[in-house]
Design a protein around this ligand. Structure first.
Ligand SMILES: Nc1ncnc2c1ncn2[C@@H]1O[C@H](COP(=O)(O)OP(=O)(O)OP(=O)(O)O)[C@@H](O)[C@H]1O
Ligand SMILES: [Mg+2]
Length: 242
């Protein structure tokens, strides 16, 4: 298996706040990597560094064999990195289908029928086909989460970054979303998933990293990581069912 993403010594600080502190890890094609850590640990900032909306103070991001550290977010998106946002950010006045089309045309660079076919295919996978003509602003929270997934998948990503996509859902909604994410992973998309809802995360990922104060403090097999005293201490009170 080849390495798809490598973070090497990434550092980023906002004043005294270190959001990435010598952050290094490798993601192999086909991986499903989970990321946990306390609020404010730097998890979303790590996605900003991977997608290119934020530049590191030092260190490199290598994706699909290219050093993309100096690349714009748009160029990285065309090259196969897509994300869902912690707070869903749809175009509320546009329909679900139109939202998908924006991603298919602007991120995947498709036009006309090819773009439409991709959107329909993705909407079926994300279970939003029946809502294709609904304005995005009228969706439930689960619908908005599914639309985040849709928009990311319509960019035809090699690497899908999910930022707390299970947060705020009921248990039943969470389980249905987990199944969708499992299916997406099984279809060949490499995933990095940041999540506080640990039982949802553990149903999908095969490796876990723990971030605290921008540092990777643990990495390995999910069960072993969750049982380590250091992680238990950090998570005390955050997720009782972990
Ligand atoms: N653009 C910015 N300017 C200044 N500080 C920032 C900026 N972006 C993030 N921060 C700070 O960096 C820290 C890490 O934020 P980040 O959003 O990466 O955390 P997180 O691990 O995703 O947290 P959560 O679990 O709450 O989503 C926080 O203290 C945040 O306030
Ligand atoms: Mg975050």
């Amino acid at each position: 298996m080849t390495s798809l993403l490598t973070l090497d010594g990434l550092c980023k600080a906002y004043g005294a706040v270190k959001v990435a502190d010598e952050l290094s890890y490798d993601v192999t094609t086909g991986d499903a990597l989970g990321v946990i850590g306390p609020n404010g640990a730097g998890k979303t900032s790590m996605f900003n560094l991977i997608t290119g909306t934020v530049s590191p103070d030092s260190g490199t991001v290598t994706f699909a064999g290219q050093n993309v550290t100096g690349w714009s977010a748009a160029k990285r998106s065309h090259f196969g990195i897509a994300r869902s946002f912690q707070v869903p950010q749809p175009f509320s006045n546009m329909t679900v289908f139109e939202n998908a089309m924006v991603a298919a045309t602007q991120s995947a660079g498709l036009y006309g029928r090819e773009a439409e076919a991709l959107c329909l295919d993705v909407l079926e996978k994300t279970e939003l086909l029946s809502k294709a003509n609904t304005p995005a602003g009228g969706l439930t929270l689960l619908g908005r989460k599914r639309l985040e997934l849709t928009r990311a998948l319509c960019a035809k990503p090699k690497l899908l970054l999910l930022d707390e996509i299970a947060g705020g859902l009921t248990e039943g909604e969470c389980q249905s979303l987990v199944q969708t994410i499992k299916d997406i992973h099984a279809s060949g998309v490499t995933i990095i998933w940041i999540e506080h809802v640990v039982h949802a995360l553990l149903a999908v990922v095969d490796r876990l990293i723990v971030i605290d104060f921008g540092r990777k403090i643990a990495e390995g097999e999910p069960k072993a990581i969750m049982e380590s005293p250091e992680v238990k201490e950090i998570y005390l009170g955050i997720e009782a069912d972990a």
